[in-house]
Design a protein around this ligand. Structure first.
Ligand SMILES: CC(C)(COP(=O)(O)OP(=O)(O)OC[C@H]1O[C@@H](n2cnc3c(N)ncnc32)[C@H](O)[C@@H]1OP(=O)(O)O)[C@@H](O)C(=O)NCCC(=O)NCCS
Length: 346
């Protein structure tokens, strides 16, 4: 099932180029690349200084803590307007800040903090409750990811309405199966630690994408991922991968991902609609991500997250899970290990 074949890197259609070139972040990345500067060269501000983000990166390159703790200085928090990778500079009132996608717009979340609540309500509820916001790794690193990778956290607007959201991170990956992160959680850790330690990233990793209820099936997910990918490519990243959570997998929770990923229809594409979307974008399947996320909680927590009761020790299938949850009455714990599927776009 696994494949070392590079994903075909077919160029976007002409209309996609127009969308991408309308994105100021992409234009800025291309201009920087064409000037021959390193992809993540810390920018120098108008007054000749480097911003807090850049100072932190330089500091990290010079010396790091051995305990692995966060090295962000108090007071050195990068604001949205300062963030190196937040190419747009705040404000819905500045028309130049917006990327036009027909009637759609792509904006970074930090450009439009006013949309945070709407985006949270519309998009966060698209996953089972036990997953978000109860993944401890995500809770631990969420703020750093938002700060370090703001340019890959985008919303798609139709008019003034959020219709989709996606975010990704940049990691160092050498292109081999052996060097793939364990999955979603491990990618977050690698992204944050790599950034803090000044390790040059090579790879954009799509982390999540969601389309609001009522707007699915229009191809919006592919469009927003394409916009994120263009930002990564313009920043000099040479690979694009994703630990995919197949949307049909909850119907087959007892089937290992290694089998599920091989199930194809007559067209040779996956039977899973979400894997299919990635394949249509040119992605190839790499390998299962066996320990993509690990969620633990007390039995009371699991009962509240799932609306079920767990009277005995054993394995349970809960709504929305891709595999079973192990419940131990003796230890008062429930443990769920989510298996995802690595795909490679570039
Ligand atoms: C998965 C998701 C992002 C897909 O977005 P999208 O814009 O609808 O994607 P597409 O338009 O490319 O549709 C993909 C496929 O799913 C199908 N689909 C979309 N919405 C569907 C629905 N509500 N019910 C059944 N099938 C649906 C489409 O018909 C298409 O199938 P096809 O290959 O037969 O044409 C979106 O459904 C979503 O937000 N889901 C919840 C969050 C999630 O699971 N995200 C992915 C993991 S991070």
């Amino acid at each position: 099932m696994t494949s070392r074949k590079q994903a075909p890197t077919s160029p976007p259609a002409l209309s996609e180029y127009n969308v991408l070139l309308a994105d100021p972040a992409v234009r800025e990345g291309i201009a920087r690349r064409d000037r021959g500067r390193p992809a993540f060269d810390p920018p120098v501000l108008d007054d000749g200084t480097r911003n807090a983000f850049a100072r932190q990166r330089l500091k990290n390159k010079r010396g790091n803590r051995s305990d692995g703790s966060s090295e962000i200085e108090p007071g050195a928090v990068t604001t949205c307007a300062e963030a190196t990778h937040c190419a747009h500079r705040r404000g819905p009132s500045r028309p130049g800040n917006r990327a036009r996608l027909g009637l759609m717009e792509i904006v970074t979340s930090c450009d439009r903090p006013d949309l945070k609540r709407e985006a949270d309500v519309a998009l966060r509820g698209k996953w089972p409750e036990f997953l978000f916001p109860h993944d401890p790794v995500m809770m631990r690193y969420e703020a750093q990811v938002a700060e370090f990778f703001a340019q890959y956290d985008v919303l798609m607007l139709e008019g003034d309405r959020v219709v989709a959201g996606a975010w990704g991170v940049a990691i160092h990956w050498d292109g081999t199966l052996e060097d793939l992160p364990d999955g979603y959680d491990d990618t977050m850790v690698r992204a944050v630690k790599g950034h803090e330690n000044g390790i040059e990233p090579t790879t954009l990793t799509y982390m999540t994408v969601a389309v609001i209820d009522g707007e699915t099936g229009r191809g919006l997910a592919g469009k927003i991922l394409t916009a994120v990918r263009a930002r990564g490519v313009a920043a000099g990243l040479s690979h694009v991968i994703a630990p995919v959570r197949p949307t049909l997998k909850p119907r087959y929770p007892l089937t290992p991902m290694s089998s599920f990923a091989t199930w194809t229809g007559k067209d040779g594409l996956s039977i899973d609609p979400w894997i299919r979307t990635h394949q249509r974008m040119g992605a190839t399947i790499l390998a299962p991500a066996a320990r993509s996320m690990v969620i633990t909680g007390t039995i009371a927590q699991w009962e509240s997250w799932t609306g079920m009761v767990f009277p005995e020790t054993g394995r349970y299938l809960v709504p929305g899970s891709l595999g079973p949850v192990d419940i131990s009455r003796e230890e008062d714990t429930g443990t769920y290990v989510e298996e995802n599927l690595w795909v490679q776009h570039l």
